[in-house]
Write a protein that binds this ligand. Structure first.
Ligand code: GAL
Length: 418
């Protein structure tokens, strides 16, 4: 009798253990993202490892392609098939579009418990919330108006970083005479747009950027200032190498790292590649604001939206969202990724000089109203308008449209996409 009781008990204990085990194994997040370059993957690993420590499994769904346009196609296919991933890397207006479709999980309880309202900057909250409810956990703040310079090449050119676009052209001429590729660029619409938005800000200043890119004023999109923007884009193109078309951004960064190219205009995810190659800011490379854009910040922030996939996954989703907002994670992740924290209460102590500058610029821009959403990364306009504008920008850069034709097409494309 006794023995039977003990064995019954043992079986019961085993059952409980099995059920607990199953529950544990089921606690998993499937994460759709486009962080496939060396620096990006290293940063993502920080999150994976943190979650694993908490017993949350990670099912990886990487979709290569900078800025996520391929990832968005993959997402649409999964949602159409009725099988969305649990967490998805999303930017700006895409967060709104998906929320509008009613597929987002509600993060309000967690956000309230952790006081997100007080520490996430309002410029991000405008996208992390939909209809007053938290639908996404912001990971970082990136910025697109940066120029990355090979320090040895810059030193050879006299060591002075350019402060306006004319000085930039002079420096690029010098790089040309050094026999290196002056400007490493990948001819892909989002990269063309990333460069274009920096040129718009440099040529026209923040008020013009607001008028043209945020307010879509037809006169600003087709006037003299925009003409100079397109002319400068053509000039910049003359400094690319013949193999630029279709090249991924991180391969262009590699050219600058290796000293085969002098400079790259790119968001600060580029720094992740430099760090991964064991290069140091100030010693091996120099980060400056795209010449002429000092004082303004074009921002882009990666956010994880949790899709509503039912109660079973909710716990894992909340653990992931909480891990993303953890202050220690914000430091560990962003120092690797090249971005700055998505929270305002993090010290810059652990960040390198480029990171410190990024945080300082962000605070100053935010205080004086020159913190502006990036077009190429979805923080200025909804996808349809963004794509329509990128189309004109790319066609012009590739010589398929003259500047005059681009000035005519840009407001037309915007009007048609509205
Ligand atoms: C951006 C994203 C960054 C970086 C970049 C290149 O849109 O916000 O985190 O990954 O694309 O892939």
């Amino acid at each position: 009798m006794k023995i039977r009781m003990i064995s019954k008990l043992a079986a019961g204990v085993a059952m409980v253990a099995m059920v607990a085990g199953a529950a544990k194994a089921a606690e998993q997040v499937e994460v759709l993202h486009w962080w496939t370059s060396g620096g990006e993957a290293a940063a993502l690993n920080v999150l994976k490892e943190n979650l694993q420590k908490e017993g949350v499994g990670w099912k990886d769904m990487p979709v290569a392609g900078g800025a996520g346009s391929a990832a968005m196609t993959a997402l649409r296919a999964r949602v159409t098939a009725g099988d969305p991933p649990t967490a998805v890397q999303l930017l700006g207006f895409d967060l709104r579009d998906w929320s509008e479709m009613g597929v987002a999980a509600n993060l309000d309880d967690l956000a309230k418990k952790e006081g997100w309202d007080k520490v996430i900057p309002p410029a991000l909250q405008a996208f992390s919330k939909y209809d007053g409810h938290w639908i996404a956990a912001p990971v970082n703040i990136h910025s697109t108006n940066w120029l990355w310079l090979n320090k040895a090449a810059l030193d050879k050119a006299g060591g002075k970083a350019p402060t306006n676009i004319d000085e930039l052209f002079t420096l690029l001429d010098n790089f040309k005479s050094q026999g290196i590729i002056p400007l490493a660029h990948g001819g892909v619409p989002w990269q063309d747009g990333t460069m274009w938005e920096s040129v718009v800000l440099s040529v026209g200043g923040p008020d013009f950027y607001k008028k043209a890119v945020l307010d879509l004023d037809p006169a600003a999109l087709s006037g003299d200032t925009m003409k100079k923007v397109f002319d400068d884009m053509s000039k910049l193109r003359s400094y690319f190498d013949p193999n630029f078309s279709g090249r991924e951004w991180n391969l262009s960064t590699a050219l600058v790292i290796e000293g085969k190219a002098g400079a790259q205009e790119m968001g600060d995810w580029s720094k992740g590649e430099w760090l991964r190659a064991k290069k140091e800011p100030g010693k091996d490379f120099v980060c400056i604001r795209f010449p002429g854009t000092q004082g303004s910040v074009l921002f882009n922030a990666d956010q994880f939206m949790m899709f509503d996939v039912g109660e079973k996954q909710k716990d894992a989703q909340m653990k992931m969202a909480s891990a993303v907002e953890n202050p220690g994670f914000q430091i560990a992740f962003n120092t690797v990724k090249g971005s700055v924290p998505a929270r305002t209460d993090i010290s810059d102590e652990k960040f390198d000089d480029c990171g410190k500058k990024g945080m300082k610029d962000l605070n100053e821009a935010s205080a004086k109203g020159t913190l502006l959403g990036s077009l190429a990364h979805g923080y200025a306009q909804p996808a349809a308008i963004k794509e329509a504008m990128l189309d004109v920008i790319t066609q012009h850069l590739n010589g398929q449209l003259t500047t005059d034709a681009a000035l005519k097409r840009l407001p037309e494309a915007v009007a048609a996409a509205k």
